[in-house]
Design a protein around this ligand. Structure first.
Ligand SMILES: [Fe+2]
Length: 359
């Protein structure tokens, strides 16, 4: 087997590491992309104060970033001479940071890149990520999920130029996350790791990273329900998210993610829940077919499936849609480039079976 591994993101990890930001923002004006919550809690102001000599501009973005809204934001910022982008927040914020760093590096728009297949710029503005959730791993991936609400589509910005320059992983930034957000983000980690272990493009490096991400999640995620302030569990979950992000930066995701996007688009199901409620049923099919990636620890898979069962994900899904509404989305769930990575043939019959067991 021939394989390769490439990830150029410089990563700093540890409690309080966000305070090193001042060492790394060299050129202004700088743009801080963040969420309204980070502004409200004062974290955004704390971060810009770490670089007092830099001229800052700040923009907030909503979850599931909209293509046209980001293009309007970039158009408004284009004449300000932004030279560095800092993204502080969850996966949607980091993805927005990538999109803006790409658009502001030249004259590119997301509409051109994603609707007309115009190439991304060869280089984007220097981007530093400070994740405030433990889930997407977006701080180490060359992808950004952008929602084209005008055309009713989920789109993926992808290319090596989208890798952030740096990620500062400070578990203190995740310490006050409520349980449901912690859970849904943690489920995204589980999905990224398992989607490697039933992925045609899995490599020995991504399999090893996935194994470690699952072990860390197993120890930390259920514990956080009762010990939400534990910095040890928060840091382990953040590390699991990082490792699973490194995994998908190499082999991308597979069937569970392919099936998830219509649920988010149609019913607003949070990404981590949408891409994980099918995991147990998919794991069962992969086990029956004996198609786990070589070396997968089946005891670990068993323990992860037990953990998922304990979270009762069908009841979480029913808060967003009824089972029959979910099944009606089936024709939109097979997206080439995701389902094509999957080790089984993702035909309608298989999807029916998975949905039946999952909703
Ligand atoms: Fe994901």
């Amino acid at each position: 087997m021939m394989w390769q591994h490439f990830n150029p993101v410089r990563v700093f990890v540890g409690p309080g590491v966000r305070r090193r930001l001042g060492e790394f923002v060299e050129r202004g004006p700088a743009l801080l992309v963040t969420s309204p919550g980070m502004v409200r809690r004062g974290t955004a102001a704390e971060v810009t104060a770490l670089c007092p000599k830099i001229d800052w501009t700040m923009r907030t973005v909503a979850p599931n970033p909209d293509l046209d809204a980001l293009d309007s934001m970039a158009a408004e910022l284009r004449d300000m001479g932004i030279r560095t982008v800092v993204a502080l927040g969850g996966g949607s914020t980091l993805d927005s940071g990538k999109a803006l760093a790409a658009c502001l590096a030249g004259q590119t728009t997301l509409a051109a890149c994603l609707r007309e297949q115009v190439a991304l710029p060869q280089t984007i503005l220097p981007l530093i990520c400070l994740p405030s959730t433990s889930g997407t791993g977006a701080e180490v991936t060359p992808f950004a999920t952008i929602w084209d609400n005008a055309q009713g589509k989920k789109r993926s910005l992808a290319g090596d130029s989208l890798f952030p320059q740096m990620a500062l992983l400070d578990p203190e930034l995740t310490q006050s996350l409520p349980w449901t957000t912690t859970l849904y983000c943690g489920l995204d980690v589980v999905s990224h790791a398992l989607e490697s272990l039933w992925n045609k493009h899995c490599t020995p490096a991504s399999a090893a990273l996935a194994d470690k991400a699952l072990r860390l999640t197993l120890a930390a995620l259920p514990a956080l329900e009762h010990e939400p302030g534990s910095l040890v569990h928060r840091q382990n979950m953040q590390t699991a998210s990082l490792l699973a992000g490194l995994v998908i930066s190499q082999n991308r995701t597979a069937l569970a993610h392919s099936m998830s996007y219509p649920f988010t688009l149609a019913f607003g199901v949070p990404h981590g829940l949408a891409c994980s409620f099918t995991l147990d049923a998919i794991a069962e099919r992969v086990s029956i077919a004996g198609l786990w990636v070589a070396g997968t620890d089946l005891n670990l898979v068993h323990d992860i499936r037990s953990m998922l069962a304990g979270f009762d994900l069908p009841s979480h899904m029913r808060r967003f849609c009824a089972p029959e509404q979910g099944v009606s989305l089936l024709p939109e769930m097979i997206t080439a480039g995701r389902a094509d990575n999957f080790v089984l043939d993702a035909d309608e019959g298989l999807l029916q079976l998975i949905l039946q067991k999952s909703l």
